[in-house]
Design a protein around this ligand. Structure first.
Ligand SMILES: Nc1nc2c(ncn2[C@@H]2O[C@H](COP(=O)(O)OP(=O)(O)O)[C@@H](O)[C@H]2O)c(=O)[nH]1
Ligand SMILES: [Mg+2]
Length: 485
């Protein structure tokens, strides 16, 4: 119930407007809540019948609160009733209180909406400027103006169509509100969310220090997430580049070509399945950091089936250009793309002698015998273990663009994660978007990452380079954040 003019300790804003204008979607996007059990967003009007408080909590402390309301349902009638109650002149806060205290059920929605305002909450008034500006909207604005609370009008356009009344909306809102802002609840990115929160600072002077502190905390949180992301990507790349799968082959597997082919193909499938698992883990960690539960990320498995076909779409879409690859390859001694470390990670260590021809991959090992037609040339080799058994180990594709394509796959999905608004309720699969990022890296960034990649591909990541790789990635992630898809 309303208590005099006492302001709430926590800066509080009630989100009001006509039903179905996207009030709940605006809150969900602002507060990154994509769970329909926590914030119900629905095309069916009238599903929200009570006010619901949504706290913003940092370090266990509530520092900002939004109140979702059912919205106006009979604004013209309510306006007349309040006016009649007050008599001549502009209705006062006292009249609004009396109205709320006396109102019958027919004004249930209006009463519920006004109560937090009478308790001191500021106003976020959500409208869809594509809708015709009718009298009932003007009545809503009028009632809100009578509360005298700080008020921000938010234009949330729910579809592409431009209404004819946009100018009229703006001029009426401009007169009745302290500030008017556009905000797209289905597409707003971090910067736009921050901009809307900063608008609250402008309308609610008395809460300035608290709101400024909250914005600082949010900015800090955003940076922390970027740092975590960089760390996750480094771990992912390192394990992906060092990934090897191996199988034991017996003499009989080698003597029958069909069997041999099947074994090798199975092994290559296992390699890509394991790579996909690593990607999936990486993506789900990123989705977790950015609080998305309705998204899944598709792995790059399909792209990699094509990685040795230079005309393949992936080859041209992601990864570096030919000249850039040549520069890196020269920098690393010209053979980096093909070099296979004799040690091939831990898999071949220990027993047995290493067969030659590693640099030719498994092809050269099958002297005389025809090699299964693997479309992807994987690093790896064959070695003789004890007795009659041989083990075959396969590793990352030898295509020198592999690491860059892999990185672009992560970065384009990161970009898609940042572009997803929490106010949406549809499930979606993230595909890597059109253009990659690695091609636009500076020469220094490419050479540093190229060096580190090559050590990882050889199975012995250079830890000394990691701090620089980390800083470079942070820079890259910032650029991704600033480039809208
Ligand atoms: N395309 C689009 N649809 C939106 C947007 N905001 C809300 N909606 C949709 O409009 C409907 C009503 O949204 P909701 O937030 O529940 O409205 P509320 O009744 O004012 O709380 C839902 O189907 C939303 O998905 C938007 O910015 N763009
Ligand atoms: Mg709602």
């Amino acid at each position: 119930m309303s208590t005099g003019s006492a302001r709430p300790v926590v800066p509080t804003f009630a989100v009001v407007g006509r039903v179905n204008m996207g009030k709940s979607a605006v809150i969900a996007t602002l507060l990154e809540i994509d769970d329909n059990d926590l914030i119900r967003i629905s095309p069916t009007p009238g599903e929200t019948t009570a006010c619901q408080a949504h706290p913003v909590i940092f370090g266990g402390q509530e520092c900002l609160r939004f109140i979702d309301t059912p919205g106006f349902s009979r604004p013209i009638e309510a306006m007349r009733a309040i006016q009649a109650l007050h008599g001549e002149g502009t209705p006062s806060l006292a009249t609004l209180r009396t109205f709320c205290a006396q109102a019958s059920d027919e004004f249930g929605d209006e009463t519920r909406l006004l109560t937090p305002l009478l308790d001191g909450a500021g106003i976020l008034y959500i409208v869809d400027p594509a809708k015709p500006l009718r009298d009932d909207f003007l009545a809503e604005m009028e009632i809100l103006r009578w509360t005298g609370r700080p008020r921000l009008a938010v234009l949330n356009r729910r579809n592409e169509s431009l209404g004819n009344d946009e100018d009229a909306w703006r001029s009426h809102l401009g007169a009745a509100f302290n500030l008017v802002r556009s905000f797209d609840a289905h597409h707003a990115r971090y910067d736009e969310r921050l901009r809307l929160l900063k608008a609250l600072l402008e309308i609610e002077e008395t809460q300035r220090p608290k709101l400024e502190e909250t914005i600082r905390l949010l900015e800090g949180e955003w940076e922390r997430r970027r740092e975590e992301t960089a760390e996750i990507i480094i771990t992912f790349l390192e394990s992906a580049f060092s990934l090897r799968v191996s199988a034991t082959l017996e003499e009989r597997d080698l003597s029958i070509p069909a069997r041999r082919e099947r074994k090798t193909t199975e092994l290559s499938k296992r390699y890509f399945a394991a790579l996909s698992d690593l990607e999936r883990t990486c993506f789900s960690q990123l989705l977790n950091i950015y609080r998305h539960h309705l998204l899944t990320a598709q792995t790059q498995l399909d792209s990699f089936q094509e990685i040795d076909l230079e005309s393949g779409e992936t080859w041209t879409k992601w990864g570096l250009g030919r000249g850039q690859l040549a520069t890196i390859s020269a920098l690393l001694g010209g053979t980096a793309g093909l070099a296979v470390d004799a040690a091939t990670g831990g898999l071949t260590h220990g027993a047995g002698s290493l067969f030659g021809a590693l640099s030719g991959g498994i092809a050269a090992w099958f002297k005389g015998g025809s090699l299964p037609d693997l479309r992807i040339s994987l690093r790896g080799g064959m070695k003789l273990a004890t007795g009659e058994e041989k083990s075959l180990a396969l590793g990352p594709p030898k295509n020198p663009n592999f690491p860059w394509v892999l990185l672009d796959g992560v970065l384009t999905r990161y970009q898609a994660i940042l572009a997803r608004a929490h106010g949406r309720r549809d499930e979606a699969t993230l595909h890597g978007l059109a253009a990659g990022f690695t091609r636009d890296f500076s020469a220094e960034q490419r050479s540093l990452l190229g060096k580190w990649f090559s050590t990882c591909l050889k199975g012995s990541p250079n830890r000394g380079l990691e701090p620089e790789v980390y800083t470079t990635l942070i820079r890259v992630l910032k650029d991704v954040n600033e480039r809208a898809p």
